[in-house]
Design a protein around this ligand. Structure first.
Ligand code: MCN
Ligand code: MOS
Length: 763
């Protein structure tokens, strides 16, 4: 893929400050192999663990013969449901109490194929793997429900909190002059980070150290502490580099509990990583979803009503909700609305979060349906979106903070050449290739949770930033260095950023596309305080050359303290020597005053209890985007290629346009995969996902991806965040799949309502 020059104006920002296009500071370490990933750490005396999985999807373990495994060379321990430690139940990520009774990392009760049933620990990985193959498990198998299309699955359970209604949606729909109603479906989709999940666990007395990739070191440390009955401070998670997470690395998982208890029992550190196939069952991806969506409109295309009835799969043993009304309820100005959702328990691993949970399948339904309506009333797909443009949040009924979606349609459509589109399906072709142009919009909310950051100015004139927040590739290291450099007046190369360690000041989950806004805010605050303190010393320290200067006259720039008028000032390094200081250090958080102190202080960072809704504070805060797609469909073979794409996105102010663009392209590429390839294929006989590897679970390669032009249409939004940015990470995937499906319809005249759009659905 050649990355096209984007239309983003480079502006005046130097690379080293906010708004500059600095390359990733962690890039060289990652590219040269200097970056050490969790399980690459060398820990003395380490032993190795593997887990084995259930081959049935429902039933109970009747017997488990572990004698041969226990007798195999090098084997130290075999953990089974009979001999595991009973751990304490941990608070959920949402901050609610965990389930009653102990937490069991293994149970005899089997609810999905691929459930861990045992773990083997041996001196070497090979010995553990060989011994694991000797374990003989027999099951009392019960019939399994393979998915929500299984006739026995039923309609599931209503999730009342997901109901969103205003006006009289059913009544208005019944009377609407134009009605369209269809079902839209998405399959199970998986996170497939290139670095599979794994950890090294080491106990020193009652202190537990974990090297584990994590999107949320504080939240996971809390779960481990609660499971093992330790004070929070006794658990340290070290996670400076992460090989992708996409939502899958935010929570503590059973394989980690097994590793930690084995290390406890053996008194030796343990390394345990899941295999690639196990990344499909050791944690869940996006659940399969389906939704019927009915739109009622005038003959001129004005929406009168939306009625949505959705459902997603969940596990037999837990609740996972993929909120299908997320985009449906805010995208368009509609006087009558009803959205309801069920969850349907099936024999699967508990689904998890995958880039834009909720918004993604929600937009798939709505942005397909609005395209269908555009054809039904004979209006251009961009026009119908503008015709129904929501000037304020139609659900919360409050103003948007900023909504540059009109600008996104204009800029994207212009760059794409949308006005040249001939509206009729099958009207554009290039030889045997049918050409289709499609459009769809997307959105993602601005979430806000407190964060904490430490800023330190050192005697050598450099600065340090520290936070437990993480960088899994988004750019956190880089934008926090830019923030500190800008405020402190220290060159960005002289700012070191330490992240991903629960011993550092607290940060919330790098999930929900919130970390950049929160942590730049915290670093900004801490850096301002550090700068003020440094200037205070310059004004007041008896040994300061500036002690006669007046307050508010000193500045810091390029590592020097500058006097009010002429003179090139004093370098920070010399100043610190003159006043005999080793450092100036400030810790700041973004907590409201009433949340700052108190016993539950760590609740502020280790649960979602302090997360604000995007509508809190009188404005509705969201990022927006519009995707324009060209597809080429081979008329004989039904193959679909995305041949051109332009996306215009509103993420407010960008802290680093180069990195934001990279995030956007990454999300768009995932959207192309979702539209055309990604699908957990369930073998209905065994209720098992069979394409559990990267050869059969297809994700886009370079040759599947055309030039991706991304255009920023955002403006600073100070309701959304301290420094004016909005969400970046998950926004770009939202709306890509429907834009592609809409383009496929335009090319072929065939409407595909079930992802992925594979060739057998087209011919
Ligand atoms: N950014 C910016 N200006 C803003 C906001 C963000 O320049 N106003 C840029 C920064 O480089 C920042 C990045 O965008 O580091 C992402 O910021 P943000 O939207 O706050 O997202 P988070 O830092 O919270 O990252 C999490 C988000 C999520 S939820 C998923 S899922 C996801 C994603 O990021 N998973 C990723 N992007 C990923 N990128 C990589 N490489 N790997 C993953 O697993
Ligand atoms: Mo992202 S799915 O919120 O980690």
């Amino acid at each position: 893929m050649t990355v096209m020059e984007t239309k983003i104006k480079r502006g005046d920002a130097a690379d080293g400050v906010l708004g500059g296009r600095l390359s990733r500071m962690d890039g060289p370490a990652k590219i040269t192999g200097k970056a050490v990933y969790a399980i690459e750490n060398q820990v003395d005396d380490v032993v190795h663990g593997v887990t084995i999985q259930s081959t049935v999807a429902a039933g109970t373990i009747k017997s488990m013969d572990i004698s041969a495994a226990e007798a195999a060379p090098g084997v130290l321990l075999v953990l089974t449901p009979d001999n595991i430690m009973q751990l304490k139940s941990a608070t959920t990520w949402a901050g609610t109490p965990g389930p009653e009774g102990p937490y069991l990392a293994l149970t005899k009760e089997i609810t999905f194929s691929g459930q861990h049933v045992a773990a083997v620990i041996a001196e070497t990985l090979e010995q553990a793997t060989a011994a694991a193959a000797l374990i003989d498990v027999s099951y009392d198998e019960k019939p399994a429900i393979f998915g929500f299309d299984d006739p026995r699955a039923g309609d599931g359970i209503a999730v009342e909190q997901m109901t969103i209604e205003w006006g009289d949606a059913e009544g208005a729909l019944a009377e609407a002059p134009v009605r369209i109603e269809h079902e839209y479906k998405t399959p199970r989709e998986y996170n497939v980070p290139i670095e599979p999940h794994g950890l090294i666990a080491k106990w020193d007395g009652d202190v537990l150290t974990l090297w584990e990739p994590s999107q949320w070191v504080d939240g996971m440390a809390r779960s481990y502490a609660e499971w093992f009955g330790l004070p929070f401070e006794n658990v340290r998670i070290i996670s400076p580099y992460i090989g992708g997470g996409f939502g899958s690395k935010a929570l503590s998982l059973p394989h980690a509990a097994l590793a930690i208890m084995a290390a406890r029992k053996l008194g030796r550190p343990i390394k345990l990583a899941v295999t690639r196939p196990q990344t499909f069952t050791a944690f869940g991806g996006r659940p399969a979803t389906r939704q019927t969506l009915a739109l009622g409109a005038t003959k001129q295309g004005r929406l009168l009503s939306i009625v949505q009835r959705g459902a997603n799969e969940t596990a037999m043993t837990g609740v996972a909700v993929e909120p299908l009304g997320a985009v449906t309820s805010i995208m368009y100005d509609v006087p009558n609305f009803s959205s309801k959702q069920n969850i349907i328990p099936v024999n699967t691993v508990l689904p998890g979060a995958l880039r834009a949970p909720g918004e993604n399948p929600s937009a798939w339904g709505l942005e397909s349906a609005i395209d269908e309506l555009a054809y039904a009333v004979g209006i251009d797909p961009v026009e119908i979106r503008l015709l129904n443009y929501a000037e304020r949040d139609p659900h919360a009924k409050i103003p948007w903070s900023t909504r540059q979606l009109r600008e996104a349609f204009a800029a994207g459509g212009d760059a794409f050449g949308w006005p040249k589109r001939s509206p009729e399906p099958r009207s554009m072709r290039d030889g045997k290739q049918l050409i289709g142009w499609g459009v769809a919009a997307g959105t993602y909310p601005v979430r806000r949770t407190p964060g904490e950051a430490l800023v330190r100015i050192l005697a050598d004139g450099t600065a340090e930033v520290a936070s437990s927040g993480i960088d899994m590739g988004q750019g956190t290291y880089t934008i926090l260095a830019q923030t500190a450099a800008e405020v402190l007046g220290i060159p960005v190369e002289q700012v070191r950023v330490n992240l991903g360690d629960s011993a550092l000041p607290r940060a919330p989950v790098a999930g929900g596309s919130q970390l950049a806004n929160l942590m730049t805010g915290a670093v900004h605050k801490a850096a301002l305080a550090a700068r003020d303190e440094l200037i205070g010393l310059a004004l007041n320290d008896p040994n300061s050359p500036f002690r006669d200067a007046q307050a508010n006259t000193l500045t810091i720039s390029e590592g020097r303290i500058l006097p009010p008028r002429e003179g090139d000032g004093v370098a920070i390094i010399d100043f610190m020597r003159q006043i005999g200081r080793e450092k100036v250090e400030t810790l700041r958080d973004t907590l409201p005053e009433d949340k700052r102190e108190g016993e539950d202080r760590y609740d502020n960072f280790t649960t979602m209890m302090t997360m604000k809704a995007p509508t809190e504070g009188g404005y509705s805060l969201h990022s927006w985007c519009a995707h324009f797609v060209e597809v080429r469909v081979d008329e004989d073979l039904g193959t679909v290629r995305v041949s051109r794409m332009v996306s215009a996105l509103d993420s407010g102010r960008l802290y680093n346009p180069k990195l934001a663009e990279s995030q956007w392209r990454g999300g768009i590429i995932m959207g192309i995969g979702q539209a055309l390839m990604e699908e957990g294929i369930v073998d209905e006989r065994y209720a098992r996902v069979i394409n559990n590897n990267l050869a059969d679970y297809l994700v886009p390669t370079n040759s599947d991806v055309p030039d991706l032009e991304v255009i920023s249409v955002g403006i600073p939004d100070h309701h959304a965040s301290v420094l004016g940015g909005k969400a970046v990470g998950e926004l770009p995937i939202v709306g890509v799949a429907p834009a592609i499906a809409n383009a496929v319809f335009h090319a072929t005249g065939k409407r595909i309502r079930e992802l992925p759009i594979t060739l057998e659905k087209l011919i």
